[in-house]
Design a protein around this ligand. Structure first.
Ligand SMILES: *Cc1c(COP(=O)(O)O)cnc(C)c1O
Length: 748
């Protein structure tokens, strides 16, 4: 061979760089006289100006390129003896399809790429490593919401190519999904993945036709705001992983560079985040530390010996450099889209999103997703609705569902077997103050939990004894009366409230059996409770507790909604709060006799997580609090959320372009104010047999009757074709705040 000519693509070198520059710099060290040709698809890719490129081959943007012709040109280049090292994931995927295997194409084949597609389960298994839990977006919204709760809302939404979006609440899922689907022309390949806290590291490797040529480990020392490497330490890959890597590379017949991205959790276990089918952008950092992997690749491909690698350090840092622009490549002015500062032009360097859309357009996109599971009792209750006479919109109490729901909690509570304490449920009145529900609560042995004197009166009117009422919240004496009902237990929301309460006891207010305090564990952001992390507040609490009348039982109330913070986080706070109670006991010389864990559970989590763990949780409380006599749960929505459905009729069906549909119904967010906070199961009546069927996921929407942008009742559903004006829908899971916070609107 007379000259070594290497095409290197992916030249963007901004804060989220492509590897082209690093590959070129590494090759330059090993082959000072090689001709390096930089390839890119945007005149804004800053690395075009890097002086070590001998030539630049700048292409039209991906949406303008004639792909067949471009593939033919690349094949010609490869046939002429030149090499091609791709630095762009999507270009790699396209090359594997359009150019296929060529000895001079130093990139993986299509079959190899398939085995490492995100979330890289096959690769991780082969290497004996874990993959953080994930769920595909083809699951029902109901299940996706459950996944987020289970993983404490520390979740990423990821696509098959670049980018991951942090998801912290339900509305984020829809937004992130829409954005990624739009940018990358994918829907079915999107997935949610649990965040694993820890330190990030990578394995970078180089291989030719299944032979591992070299690899190195890089531990991130500094990252940018986007999480990109800014400094790292490079070392050899441990022997056992090295062997597994060599085997995997051989099995999949890998060619080219690759980066295995991982995070190491607090226990030291590595989790695979992704396998990128190219060298990483920091590849020159590895070269500086003695691992010139691009050089090994070229050397193996053409047999021309590379200059030996010299390690000048074990760590590298990155700096920002100014370079003169290349003659003939003027920099264009800022595009107008970036003038508002919201849409930086360089967000998707080298036009990867454009290529994704061209590749995606050819794929069959599966848009219909699974339907949520619907309990039998709910279907039974819906069947009893008379299609002709049911007024719409109306909230219908599902009798059997409701009865079973209260019985389930009562049974769970009565099945806790412990010597030390009594266990009681207290129904949260504000969640749904319907008299029928209060009566059911009482019949099932619940206490009543009230946050105002009005709620107290409601409980009394439904047959609750005063001593079975638990008073809680910041406004429990409102509205003021000359003889407020004190109930059996009072939990104060602040030290000030406790001081005031003690004064009122001295002035003749009846003293309840239990006086407690709502605690705010450190690290919890909440407007409620006594902040245990604040030393002065803690000290004031200790002083105040010493003044409690001696015949009063001290209570501790812990209440953080697990539906918002996630179930794992809730359990860690539960355990922490028990420890804090112990600290309080030791410091104030008091004993906690009542522990009350509040509400805030999503019904499924209550049934599948709290109830099965209740026995153990109560035992832990007894072990921490030797004088514990009463353990209280205060479920609201966990019991009643499934108990009502809002029945609506279709006013209009709109068929949209691209096959999607929207319907307008006579219900609205006035009847379903929580429509956006969590997924509601939507069922449609099938007139042929009178059965209700759950809508599957899809691209359709259910719109409310109000003339308000916000009035959208369901998104991402698939509407059956038979729906027409007058068809009935049931918007389920509307028995909690959807009911109590519903409002009158636009009714004249
Ligand atoms: C609202 C409330 C509950 C019930 O909360 P849900 O989210 O409906 O389970 C329980 N305890 C107190 C003190 C409350 O204010």
């Amino acid at each position: 061979m007379t000259e070594l000519r290497v095409y290197v693509s992916g030249l963007y070198s901004g804060p989220n760089p492509s590897p082209g520059l690093g590959v070129a710099r590494s090759l330059r060290v090993a082959y000072p006289r090689a001709i390096l040709v930089g390839v890119d698809y945007s005149s804004r890719s800053s690395g075009l100006h890097w002086p070590e490129f001998d030539e630049i081959w700048l292409q039209r943007p991906w949406d303008e390129l004639h792909l067949g012709e471009y593939a033919r040109q690349i094949r010609g280049i490869l046939d002429s003896g030149a090499l091609w090292v791709s630095g762009l994931d999507l270009e790699t995927i396209w090359l594997a399809q359009a150019v296929r295997a060529h000895p001079n194409l130093l990139a993986p084949r299509a079959e190899s790429l398939r085995t490492v597609a995100k979330p890289a389960v096959e690769a991780a298994e082969a290497l004996g490593l874990g993959v953080p839990p994930f769920v595909h977006l083809s699951g029902s919204d109901w299940d996706l919401h459950a996944f987020c709760r289970r993983h404490d809302w520390k979740v990423w939404l990821k696509g098959p190519y670049y980018e991951a979006r942090r998801v912290a609440q339900w509305s984020d899922v829809g937004e992130a999904r829409a954005e990624l689907a739009q940018t990358w022309a994918v829907t079915s390949e999107l997935f949610l993945q649990a965040h694993v806290p820890g330190n990030e590291e990578s394995i970078v490797l180089s291989a030719l036709r299944g032979r591992l040529l070299g690899c190195a480990r890089m531990v991130k020392r500094e990252v940018t705001a986007e999480g990109k490497t800014w400094a790292g330490g490079v070392s050899a890959v441990p022997a056992d992983l090295l062997q597994a890597l060599a085997q995997f590379v051989e099995i999949v017949g890998w060619t080219g560079g690759a980066e295995l991205e991982m995070v190491r959790d607090a226990a030291g276990a590595p989790w695979v985040l992704e396998w990128n089918p190219r060298f990483p952008a920091w590849i020159y950092g590895a070269t500086l530390c003695g691992w010139n992997l691009p050089a090994l690749l070229v050397e193996a491909a053409v047999g021309v010996p590379a200059a030996p690698s010299v390690a000048s350090a074990r760590e590298f840092v990155r700096v920002v450099l100014e370079v003169p622009t290349r003659t003939g490549f003027p920099v264009s002015p800022l595009p107008e889209t970036s003038a508002d500062g919201f849409r930086p032009a360089s967000k998707h360097p080298s036009g990867m999103a454009l290529l994704a859309r061209r590749l995606g357009a050819r794929r069959d996109v599966e848009t219909v997703r699974e339907a949520p599971e619907v309990p039998r009792s709910m279907l039974f209750d819906l069947r009893s609705i008379d299609e002709r006479t049911v007024p719409t919109p109306s909230a219908v109490l599902l009798q059997r569902t409701t009865a079973e729901s209260f019985e389930r909690v009562a049974s769970a509570v009565s099945h806790v077997r412990t010597e030390c304490t009594q266990v009681r449920a207290a129904y949260s009145i504000k969640t749904n103050p319907d008299a029928a529900l209060l009566r059911l609560a009482r019949q099932n042995g619940f206490l009543a939990e009230a946050i105002s004197q009005m709620e107290v009166q409601k409980a009394l009117s439904q047959g609750f004894a005063a001593e079975d009422i638990v008073l809680n919240g910041p406004g429990k004496w409102w509205p003021a009366t000359s003889e407020p009902v004190v109930g059996g237990a009072v939990f104060v929301d602040s030290v000030g409230e406790m001081e005031h309460l003690l004064e009122r006891f001295r002035n003749g207010l009846p003293v309840p059996r239990i006086v407690g305090v709502r605690l705010r564990p450190p690290g919890v952001s909440s407007r409620f409770g006594v902040d245990l992390a604040d030393y002065e507040t803690f000290e004031r609490l200790v002083t105040t507790l010493a003044l409690l009348p001696s015949d009063v039982m001290l209570g501790a109330h812990f209440h953080v909604p697990s539906s918002m913070i996630g179930t794992q986080h809730w359990w860690s706070l539960y355990n922490a709060t028990l420890r804090w109670c112990g600290v309080l006991e030791a410091n104030a010389n008091v004993s906690v006799g009542c522990f009350d864990i509040g509400g805030g559970w999503f019904p499924d989590d209550f049934a599948r997580d709290l109830v099965p763990s209740l026995q153990a949780a109560v035992e832990r409380a007894c072990a921490r609090l030797p004088r514990l006599r009463l353990f209280v749960l205060e479920p609201g929505k966990a019991v009643v959320q499934p108990c009502l459905a809002v029945i609506v009729r279709v006013l209009e069906v709109r068929r949209l372009a691209e096959g999607a549909a929207e319907i307008v119904v006579d219900g609205s967010i006035a009847e379903l104010p929580e429509a956006r906070s969590y997924p509601h199961r939507v069922l449609a009546l099938r007139p042929a047999d009178g059965e209700w069927e759950a809508l599957r996921g899809g691209e359709d929407r259910v719109l409310g009757r109000l003339c308000m942008e916000d009035d959208v009742l369901a998104t991402r559903v698939s509407l059956p074709h038979r729906l027409q004006r007058g068809s009935l829908l049931a918007l389920c899971d509307a028995g909690a705040y959807d009911r109590s916070m519903s409002f009158q609107f636009a009714r004249g």
